[in-house]
Write a protein of this length. Structure first.
Lengths: 381, 101, 169
């Protein structure tokens, strides 16, 4: 009995701060606890960000290889794993690639504006990093459940545009400038449709907080009534992060590498990291808004504790919820990769048109339908 | 951690600038003219369109949050608000602003 | 005193300093692109002040509209104007004097508004106005200004597009 008690105590001590995000904020103890909690969260998010990007870059190379009937990276990593199957080969590839990038010379070309050139990758990283603050990975597993959650996410995206424009302007190269401009024009053209896509779930739930939106999907995931909104959101979000088929800003055949053309070494690595992390972020948002976040479908629930003989494992529902969340989020990441290696690039003359002429009216239509549906059936949702 | 990585990178990486390396990448060709060149005005027009519709989208959010508590009147009023702005979109569409070339 | 009050009081001064320095940089920097970046920093400072007052929606709006839209438009304009980023011009004397005069008038109006109004002090805990309240008020008490706003935005949009296209030709 004593042992079980101490086990509970220990898990409470370790997991407590993450489960009960609302640490008491009054008094100095509350403040210090809060600061410690936020510091832990920042470290965890940074560690996750790095690991996640490493994994995603490796995954993208493997998926592209599979689609093109190749093996992809196989050499860096334990040889016996590579012998096992193509999916276990080259697992350290990104790690060595990153080390290589770190050791590469940092070139700032003659025509570049040094300050802007150095500032841009940091703005880009900061924007990406800040988005993690409001994503609910599991029940209670959210750094800060802001009441403007969704608005915060959209607003944070503004910094990405600023970073891209700064990079493009300060590189002193025509490719960079044109790439940056195209990229910015694309992002802003798809931002309005994206907000329209988000609007549907917000209307049903009546809150901008991602936690509230996830919890409202206990019985029905919102992609069922909001399939249009989901499509509008997902297509716009793909354009927002410049992924293929919307990778015109980096169209290799026309613009070399767009706004990152002049970047080398670590600075390039920062843009690259942000790009892959953004894929995870938009997938995580899609899961939270339309696919029930950490919840199982049909209102099923995990047991709160698991009893193994005399042992009781607590917080099992939260742990499994987070696993469910990651499975769903990675599913959409894989869908994004699948898109990239399947579809050709959108033509440049369709760049502005698709967002304004197709997605925006469809988003508006969805808003109308949602409104009418809610009027007729006020108890729905 | 990031600072450590950056410091390590700064410590380890070589720095051997030479004039060709510091040149702008243009497939080995000499760059002609200034880097700031005139661009397609379409991007700028799209940005103007975006500013207006971004304001619209911002107003939609509190409306959507309060939607359950608002009646059918507010719904129609919001539709009216959006439709008025869609006149602007229709204008831009008609004038070929959303078309390339 | 409550700890959160102390913190928001302490945080106010550095934020205000950032806003002021950024604002001075906007008007004094010779490089227009840097001036635009300073303006963004200034907007960000203002958004932080809103956060201190627990006006989260306003802070989000500030970042979304002023940084995400207006600053981007400004940077676009800088990029579209040939070599403007390295030029500096402050106009003729008449231009400067008239701008100064308008700014002085604006200053007077704002001072008068500050002195003549009985300000209610929002507590550090915020005003308690939720996003739902904003949405409700927008479509009831302030319905007319709200609908008038759409007409205003429409006029601004068509006007701006018209002018920009005239430049194009």
């Amino acid at each position: 009995m004593n042992f079980e008690y101490y086990l509970w105590k220990l898990t409470d001590l370790i997991a407590g701060p993450f489960i009960h995000t609302q640490v008491p904020r009054d008094g100095w103890t509350g403040l210090i606890l809060h600061v410690i909690f936020m510091a832990i969260v920042v470290v965890i998010i940074l560690a996750f960000l790095a690991l996640d990007a490493f994994f995603l870059i490796w995954l993208e190379r493997k998926i592209s290889a599979r689609i093109q009937n190749r093996l992809g990276p196989m050499v860096s990593g334990p040889r016996w794993l590579a012998k096992f199957s193509m999916w276990t080969g080259g697992i350290f590839q990104t790690l060595w690639d990153t080390l290589k990038l770190m050791l590469k010379e940092d070139i700032i070309n003659r025509r570049a504006d040094r300050l802007g050139f150095m500032l841009a990758p940091f703005i880009c990283m900061a924007a990406t990093f800040m988005a993690f603050l409001v994503i609910p990975f599991g029940k209670g597993l959210v750094a800060q459940d802001l009441n403007i959650g969704v608005l915060y996410l959209v607003a944070i995206g503004s910094f990405a545009v600023i970073a891209i424009l700064t990079a493009g302007w300060s590189s002193g190269s025509k490719y960079s400038l044109l790439g940056g401009l195209r990229s910015a024009a694309q992002i802003i053209s798809y931002e309005v449709p994206m907000i329209f896509g988000i609007l549907g779930p917000v209307m049903i739930v009546g809150s901008l907080s991602l936690v509230d939106i996830v919890e409202a999907q206990k019985n029905t995931w919102f992609f069922v009534p909001q399939i249009l909104a989901f499509l509008v959101y997902f297509i716009s979000a793909t354009a927002e992060i410049n992924r293929t088929p919307f990778d015109l800003p980096e169209a290799e055949s026309e613009l070399v590498a767009g706004f990152v053309t002049e970047y080398t070494g670590m600075r390039f690595a920062m843009f690259f990291l942000a790009e892959f992390t953004n894929m995870f972020i938009i997938s995580a948002i899609a899961v939270s808004l339309f696919f029930g976040g950490w919840m199982l479908p049909f209102g099923l629930e995990f047991p709160k504790v698991i009893q193994l003989g005399n042992f009781v494992i607590p917080y099992i529902d939260i742990l499994l919820g987070a696993v469910v969340f990651f499975i769903k989020a990675y599913f959409f990441v894989i869908v994004l990769m699948w898109f990239r290696w399947t579809y050709p690039r959108v033509r440049v003359d369709h760049l502005l048109g698709l967002g304004w002429k197709v997605l925006l009216p469809v988003g508006f239509l969805n808003m109308l339908l949602t409104g009418i549906w809610m009027m007729i059936k006020p108890r729905g949702g | 951690m990031v600072a450590g990585a950056l410091f390590f990178a700064w410590l380890m990486r070589p720095s051997k600038p030479d004039p060709i390396k510091l040149d702008v990448y243009e497939c080995g060709e000499e760059t002609v003219g200034p880097s700031q060149v005139q661009f397609n005005i379409k991007f700028y027009l799209a940005a103007i369109l975006f500013v207006v519709f971004d304001v619209e989208a911002l107003f939609l959010l509190p409306w959507a949050v309060a939607f359950k508590d608002l009646g059918i009147r507010a719904f129609i009023e919001m539709i009216l608000f959006i439709l008025i702005l869609f006149v602007g979109l229709a204008y831009a569409w008609r004038k070929g602003i959303l078309k390339w070339a | 005193m409550d700890i959160s009050v102390i913190i928001s009081k302490l945080a106010f001064y550095p934020i205000a300093a950032v806003i002021l320095i950024a604002a001075i940089l906007v008007v004094s920097l010779r490089n227009v692109f840097y001036a635009a970046l300073s303006l963004i920093l200034c907007f960000l400072g203002v958004a932080s002040l809103y956060l201190l007052l627990h006006a989260e929606f306003l802070a989000g709006a500030q970042v979304l509209i002023y940084i995400g839209a207006i600053s981007v438009l400004i940077i676009f304009a800088i990029m579209f104007t040939k070599d403007i980023s390295h030029q500096y011009s402050s106009g003729t004397l008449l231009y400067r004097v008239s701008v100064g005069f308008v700014l002085f008038l604006l200053f007077l109006v704002m001072t008068a508004a500050y002195l003549l109004n009985a300000w209610t002090h929002a507590a550090a805990g915020g005003t308690g106005v939720s996003i739902t309240d904003i949405g409700k008020m927008m479509l009831s008490t302030y319905l007319l200004p709200f609908e008038a706003l759409s007409v205003l935005l429409l006029a601004a949009l068509i006007g701006a597009l018209f002018l920009a296209r005239k430049e194009e030709r």
